[in-house]
Write a protein that binds this ligand. Structure first.
Ligand code: LMR
Length: 391
């Protein structure tokens, strides 16, 4: 039977992790998978997470099953940060825990499909796994251009997608820190997007995987909240992998905005059934950690301070890249006004290969770089290599 399987290429982004690890060159630079790194190139466990883990060690008296919805204390504790002062919007929002942001996206799309959605409009380029999940579910992807050539977000394209979507179609947006471009909608653009959703009754699915890494928790959620305030229904896929640094512990949440509480109960009876069939229940450890951090004023303060430091460091790297002006034919100046971990450089696949082979610089074949892989120490080498390869 196994002879009937066709071999599949490994996920290109995850394959880079292995390639990088196997490279013996001491001055290698990893700009591949999206994890935050310090000025020393480390991805440390947050102090607040360590403190919460200690509390778990000391107090957890059972590892018995929860349920498909996971740690609902964590799900509720996150809501004020995501949805603001009225976190349930008058009882219209509910959530459940998922294995990472990927689990939340998977659940959002699977539930949309169960509710009759066949086609999803999405700005491209996007996180490659969005397309993979859609394909795996047998849903159709309707792509539009996310960005203009000048590095701004393409408002006309997203408005056309929202206004033109049929009743069995949805539009998937990134809440902030767009992956892979770093190009987010401005406040004015979000207002137009929200108005279009309201006028068209197109269904919004919002992927919020990087809240806090752009301009802060509040600012990074503002666009999404503007949409939610104006629509009857929406799905939100949330990740704590980056903003709590809990990547491998897989901490995510799936939220639904519905017209009223009864509709929420029905939606979650379906979401629970989908989760049960897919992963039964999410891993508990990271979710419990988030709940403990957010339930303790001191740990919350430490967490917010660490998030501020991460953001400031990434801003510093962006400013330093932009200050370099150009490297070869690449204009680095737009990077200063972009957000989050990622930026797209207009390099060819061959140039990406040359950067890897000749300069030990690892980045996605798409030209995406992880800003946090750059430090004051390796930035000059990166700029020089980019100039050499694209000049
Ligand atoms: C990334 O885009 O690098 C991250 O979201 C990690 C992943 O799962 O792809």
């Amino acid at each position: 039977m196994l002879d009937r399987l066709e071999p599949q290429a490994p996920d290109a982004l995850l394959a880079l992790i292995r390639l990088y690890a196997a490279d013996p060159r001491a001055d290698k630079i990893d700009l591949g998978v999206g994890v935050y790194r310090t000025e020393d190139g480390a991805t440390p466990v947050f102090a607040a997470v360590k403190a919460a883990e200690q509390v778990l060690v000391d107090t957890q008296d059972s590892k018995s099953y929860l349920g498909p919805e996971g740690d609902m204390g964590m799900v509720a504790a996150l809501m004020p940060y995501i949805f603001g002062a009225d976190p349930t919007m008058g009882g219209r929002i509910q959530g459940m825990q998922t294995p990472g942001g990927t689990g939340a996206v998977r659940l959002a799309l699977a539930l949309a499909q169960k509710a009759g959605v066949k086609r999803v409009h999405m700005g491209v380029p996007s996180w490659p796994n969005h397309a993979q999940i859609l394909a795996d579910l047998g849903m159709e992807l309707a792509p539009f251009d996310h960005a203009n050539a000048d590095g701004s977000a393409n408002l006309d394209a997203v408005l056309a997608a929202i206004n033109g979507a049929a009743a069995d179609e949805a539009v998937l947006l990134h809440a902030c820190c767009h992956n892979p471009t770093g190009i987010d909608y401005t406040a004015g653009q979000w207002a137009r997007i929200a108005d279009s959703f309201a006028a068209s009754s197109t269904f919004p699915i919002i992927d919020a995987a990087y809240q806090g890494l752009g301009h802060g928790l509040e600012a990074d959620g503002a666009g999404m909240r503007e949409v939610l305030a104006k629509v009857p229904e929406a799905f939100i896929a949330y990740s704590c992998d980056k903003n709590f640094g809990q990547y491998r512990d897989r901490v995510g949440a799936f939220y639904v905005l519905a017209k009223e509480a009864g509709a929420l109960d029905t939606a979650f009876s379906n979401a629970n059934a989908l989760a049960r069939a897919a992963w039964s229940m999410p891993p508990d450890h990271g979710g419990a950690v988030v709940r403990i951090v957010l339930g303790d004023a001191g740990m919350t303060k430490a967490w917010l301070a660490e998030l501020d430091d991460m953001r400031a460091r990434m801003r510093g790297v962006r400013d330093a890249l932009a200050a370099a002006g150009t490297a070869g034919r690449i204009d680095l100046t737009p990077l200063a006004s972009q957000n989050g971990l990622f930026a797209m450089l207009p390099v060819t696949k061959d140039e990406v290969a040359k950067l890897r082979e000749d300069h030990a610089i690892y980045m996605a074949a798409s030209g995406r770089i992880n800003i946090a892989g750059l430090t004051h120490a390796n930035l000059p080498k990166f700029i020089a290599a980019l100039a050499a390869v694209t000049g």
